[in-house]
Ligand binder design. Structure first.
Ligand code: ADP
Ligand code: MG
Length: 705
């Protein structure tokens, strides 16, 4: 193949198109493109008819072949004709003289072409080096996606360069001058070296790509881990924040209760101080009384009968200082049961074995089943008598239906219970001096309705209201208060009240009390000119029994039996009010600022009796029957909790200014003139002025048990 001829033809064609080629100017056209386009043109020329003709002529003496021009462009005279062995057929003698300068020309043209191609190869090498540098920079680069794109781009370029290089080399080898000169050999070596370096670059690129892939996977993993970590941290933070908020709220509550406790403590301390001062002055009075008695005894004079001893109240001193609700427990007589055992006496215990679990309950006093009414009252008498010094005392019986609450509170006529004995004791203590004025009221709470058991007419539902703000207590509008001049009248009135009380037969008690009964006795002491008078209050509460509806036979399931439905409703309201009482006790025990007295009529009416400075005694009645064991344990638990309630040291109440009380609460100020001792007629008593007219009381009714 005669490359010079091709080039000259090619250049001639391009010149004729007015577009002279400028080989060796890679700045304008990329060398790779130049080489490639020239090679493509060469291939096209070879296939063209002229190329074929030249190729065919190449087998004959090429007298008309144009050698390349000296300025780099090829002319017909500069054709680098390389004689083939066939050309040797021309007689040597004639041809040698003409061919020598032609060969030299061809040689020069070939050298120029060689230099051109070498220059282009050099540029290609430089490009490769630049790409290698680019690759190096990419290795250090940061953007994974950009680097990858660049690598792909470079790889493609490398591939193209490699192909063009190998094509160029093949062409050079194929079309170059016959005997290989030293420069093409070096070119080939350089090409090989370039190939090697290209291969290296490709390998590096591949390795980089793999590395990139690995790093991307790692990055994905790290991103996932980071996200998870962030979520976990966020959740933990939120949880901790909530905990901190909860703790803060708890601390705030605790602080509020501590503040409350602090206030209570201050109150207790001042009350205690007052109580101590009262006790001191009382002791001084007793001492002076004793001294007077001594001196009177020494003088041989007899003291009046009513002044044979010191004033009452001493036995209750311990109770006052303790300030708790005392809890006494009485067991109903019956067949002894191995599941309930007692240690009777002060600080006694009741041990139960229920559902395989043994529990021991500690109480202030435990009465054995055979304890007498007198024995029980003996424990309560000091508290009862403390009312004469202006204390507020509340005694209430609590327990399951049929365990003896009414028996203990009222008792049969032949063996009276706490209430009759208390009245007797009080009147005995007051004597006939008429220094106290006694008023009585009696209500029952039946199905959450408060009814006056001593109303002159038929019992009406009364409204319970909160007393005036800041004065405490509650008011029962329309409640009748009776002045009671003597014990006999008092008994008559109590009998009347009991007979008005709602009772019904249940399977557990043929005369079951279906209501809570509250007897309130107010004892106003006369006020001597020097000292203020006192107003003590005694609340005697006979609670309706806590009972399981099904157990008491009050299920109300018998169709068409109105009594049964009525019993069920009664049982439900009784249990609800006892539950409210439990809530009040729990709040008092925890010294909460809010005590839910308003939850039921029972707790509303008991509010004055359970206020600060009052004395409360709970007489718990329990049964030892195995079938009642669950209820017994419940009652004991309730009593144990009640025993932890602190009401503060007992306080005396100053005498009200009114002649008659208008409220169950001794806290409520009363209107009218100061209370003065009066001697009422034996029968019939007259109701207080605020109670309206009243008919004479009839004979005492039957006593419900
Ligand atoms: P509650 O008022 O608790 O429903 P009661 O006081 O009406 O129960 O008593 C139910 C029955 O048990 C009555 O018949 C009562 O006489 C009798 N009873 C309760 N306790 C005793 C006791 N200690 N001694 C004798 N009988 C008792
Ligand atoms: Mg009863």
């Amino acid at each position: 193949m005669r490359l010079a001829e091709f080039l000259s033809v090619q250049l001639g064609a391009e010149e004729s198109c007015g577009n002279p080629p400028e080989l060796g100017k890679p700045g304008e056209v990329p060398p790779l493109l130049t080489v490639t386009s020239q090679l493509l043109a060469l291939l096209a020329w070879i296939r063209s008819p002229r190329g074929r003709q030249v190729l065919l002529q190449g087998t004959h003496p090429a007298s008309n072949v144009q050698p390349p021009t000296p300025d780099g462009a090829l002319s017909q005279e500069d054709s680098p004709y390389q004689p083939t062995p066939i050309q040797e057929e021309v007689p040597r003698g004639e041809a040698q003289g003409q061919q020598l300068p032609q060969l030299e020309e061809e040689q020069r043209a070939w050298q120029r072409l060689e230099q051109l191609i070498l220059g282009q190869l050099e540029e290609l090498r430089q490009q490769l080096e630049q790409q290698e540098e680019e690759l190096g920079r990419l290795r250090l680069g940061v953007g994974a996606t950009d680097s990858e794109k660049r690598v792909q781009h470079l790889t493609l370029e490398n591939e193209a360069l490699k192909q063009s290089l190998s094509l160029t080399r093949d062409l050079l080898l194929h079309w170059g001058p016959g005997p290989p000169t030293r420069a093409p050999q070096e070119e080939a070596e350089a090409l090989l070296e370039l190939q090697g370096r290209l291969q290296e670059a490709q390998d590096t690129t591949e390795a980089l790509r793999v590395q990139l892939g690995v790093q991307e996977v790692q990055l994905q993993g790290l991103r996932g881990a980071l996200q998870q970590l962030q979520q976990e941290t966020e959740q933990n933070c939120r949880r901790e924040l909530q905990q901190v908020h909860g703790q803060l709220a708890g601390l705030r509550t605790r602080m509020a209760s501590l503040r409350q406790g602090c206030g209570d403590l201050r109150g207790l301390v001042s009350t205690f101080t007052q109580s101590c001062q009262g006790s001191l002055s009382e002791a001084q009075g007793q001492v002076s009384w004793a001294l007077g008695a001594l001196s009177a005894g020494g003088a041989g004079t007899q003291l009046p009968e009513g002044q044979q001893g010191p004033p009452t109240g001493c036995p209750g001193r311990l109770l006052e200082l303790k300030g708790n609700i005392r809890v006494l427990c009485r067991l109903r007589p019956g067949t002894p049961c191995s599941l309930v055992s007692v240690e009777a006496g002060p600080g006694g215990t009741v041990t139960t074995c229920y559902r395989g679990r043994q529990r021991r309950f500690h109480l202030d006093w435990v009465f054995s089943p055979d304890a007498s009414q007198e024995e029980v009252f003996g424990e309560l008498e000091p508290a009862v008598l403390s009312c004469l010094q202006g204390h507020s005392v509340c005694i209430f019986t609590y327990g399951q239906t049929g365990t003896g609450k009414t028996y203990s509170m009222e008792g049969p006529p032949e063996d009276p219970g706490i209430a009759p004995r208390a009245l007797q004791s009080l009147f005995r203590e007051m004597g006939t001096g008429g220094q106290h004025r006694v008023t009585l009221s009696m209500v029952e709470i039946y199905n959450e309705a408060v009814r006056d058991l001593l109303a002159p007419g038929p019992p009406e539902r009364l409204a319970v209201r909160q007393g005036p703000a800041g004065q405490g207590g509650i008011q029962v509008a329309g409640l009748t208060h009776w002045d009671v001049p003597n014990l006999e009248t008092l008994h008559q009135m109590l009998s009347l009240g009991r007979s008005n009380r709602a009772t019904a037969a249940t399977s557990m008690n043929p005369r079951s009390s279906r209501s809570h009964a509250l007897v309130t006795l107010t004892l106003c002491a006369a006020s001597p000119p020097s000292t203020p008078g006192t107003a003590g209050t005694l609340h005697l509460v006979d609670l309706a029994g806590s009972e399981r509806a099904w157990k008491a036979g009050a299920t109300g399931t018998q169709r068409g039996d109105p009594n049964s439905a009525q019993r069920l409703r009664e049982a439900q309201t009784i249990n609800r009010s006892l539950l409210a009482l439990g809530g009040v006790m729990a709040a008092l025990r925890a010294r909460r600022s809010h005590v839910p007295f308003r939850d039921s009529q029972l707790t509303r009416l008991l509010q004055p009796a359970l206020g600060p400075g009052t004395t409360a005694v709970l007489l718990l009645q329990i049964s030892t029957r195995p079938e009642d064991l669950g209820e017994t344990v419940c009652s004991l638990k309730f009593a144990e909790r009640v025993g932890q309630v602190e009401l503060g040291p007992a306080r005396r109440r100053k005498a009200p200014r009114s002649e008659t009380p208008s409220s169950l609460s001794t806290d409520t100020p009363l209107t009218g003139t100061p209370c003065t001792p009066t001697r009422s007629p034996v029968s019939p008593p007259s109701p207080s002025p605020d109670s309206g007219s009243c008919s004479a009381l009839g004979p005492s009714g039957d006593l419900p048990t």
